[in-house]
Design a binder for this molecule. Sequence first.
Ligand code: NAD
Length: 469
Amino acid sequence: MEDRKFDFLDEIYRTQVAFKDHAKNISIDERVNLLKRLKSLILNKEDQIKEAIYKDFRKSFIETETTEILASILEINHLIKNLRKWARPKSVGSSLIFATTSAKLIYEPKGNTLIITPWNYPFQLPIVHLVASVAAGNTTILKLSEFTPHINQVIKDILSDIFEPNHVAVIDGAVEETTHLLNQKFDHIHFTGSPTVGKIIMKAAAKHLTDITLELGGKSPVFIDKNINIKEVVRNLIWAKFINMGQTCIAPDYLLVDKAIEKEFDAALKEEIKNAFGDKAIESKDLARIINQKQYDRLLGYFDELENTQTEWVVKGEHDKSTLFIHPTVLKNFPQNAKIMQDEIFGPILPIIYYTDVNEALKFVAEKEKPLALYVFSKQREYVDYILNNTTAGGTTINDAMLHIMHPNLPFGGVNNSGIGQSLGLYGFKSFSHERAVLRANFFPMSKFFWYPYNSKTKQVLNLIKKIF
Ligand code: NAD
């Protein structure tokens, strides 16, 4: 018997393909209205959002309010404010050779799109990418992660209140459902997740030459000079590393610190981690939990591998399998080929390499894949410039961590293994739009000058053009 279990996906797909020409014609004013309605529903459902994410991985209400709700609202506000301007056709400058023409860019929706999101920011990521797609005039199938069922239900409730499924439909299946969807032809696929799955997405997109945005991950290094305010930098890093229990794509993955400050730096980490989470971090209300058993076991596997090595544990504490808790951990002097230095850690474990020669640290980073984020801390401009000039990364914050993703006018994205394409704000709108080149010949056609049979007059025109332009 024919397997009909994915008929519902095929049906959604069919209705969206049928609707995409209508979606294209939804006026900018109407798109802005949809965004306004979405914003107000999100604000009305704040409590449900916080409770749902707490149930999914015990994320604190404050962190959900900041990194999920506020981040989504700021993105929606930015779109509401700027969409009319961004969607307007843009005239482009001319050159003498094109003096008799006018040229412009117009923004067309890509068409029917698929957005696939991970579990780690399970409200913010689906919303910020979805609003870019809707603002650009597309239809969207939004595929949420299978690991966050509670918040998925809230997202479904919110979106089904505003959108018909032929315009925006929410799916929360796992690999099988996604694989089925990926057989279909989309006009754009926006994927957020691991580089491993990113390659699967790119391969599937290649079948139809579908345009893609890949927001991936990787190991994001932090360069730390001796010339810093140690306490301030350490606090900053603790916040950036342990927010969301270390499960953040742009979290500092490992530190490269000038050996001259090793003692003070270790001491500050010990003291400030205690300050932040108390003597019994497991009782801190601010620390979220690891998303599931599989990820918990993966993270503990790093400890097992390092057990009989020279590794020094600057900070270590209790773990609890039943509640998926791992104590914030800092380590040094581990074997540099250990698994923890190969994988993206994506958890509350922070390795430090103390360097005596910054060029060695730069070489270490250069031998790895290009990172999604790279951070530099120094009061010395020359140090910062040297690091910037000798590295690459999707994005960088200097003397702070993670802030570049929040800036409304900066693109967000990786480079090669950490991502392809850019998202958020204007860049998100553009990645869900086709920027169409339109030229109008105002006076006479080109064939006036180039007409068969080619002869010496044609050659004269060519020579003249070469001389003048
Ligand atoms: P993941 O790649 O395992 O899963 C992401 C999505 O892909 C999920 O919806 C999942 O259901 C789907 N998926 C998983 N396996 C699949 C397969 N074989 N075929 C088709 N679809 C599949 O990632 P994750 O564990 O959910 O999230 C963690 C990763 O996401 C980290 O690498 C992190 O850095 C990255 N991330 C990146 C960003 C960014 O904006 N660059 C943001 C958050 C997370």
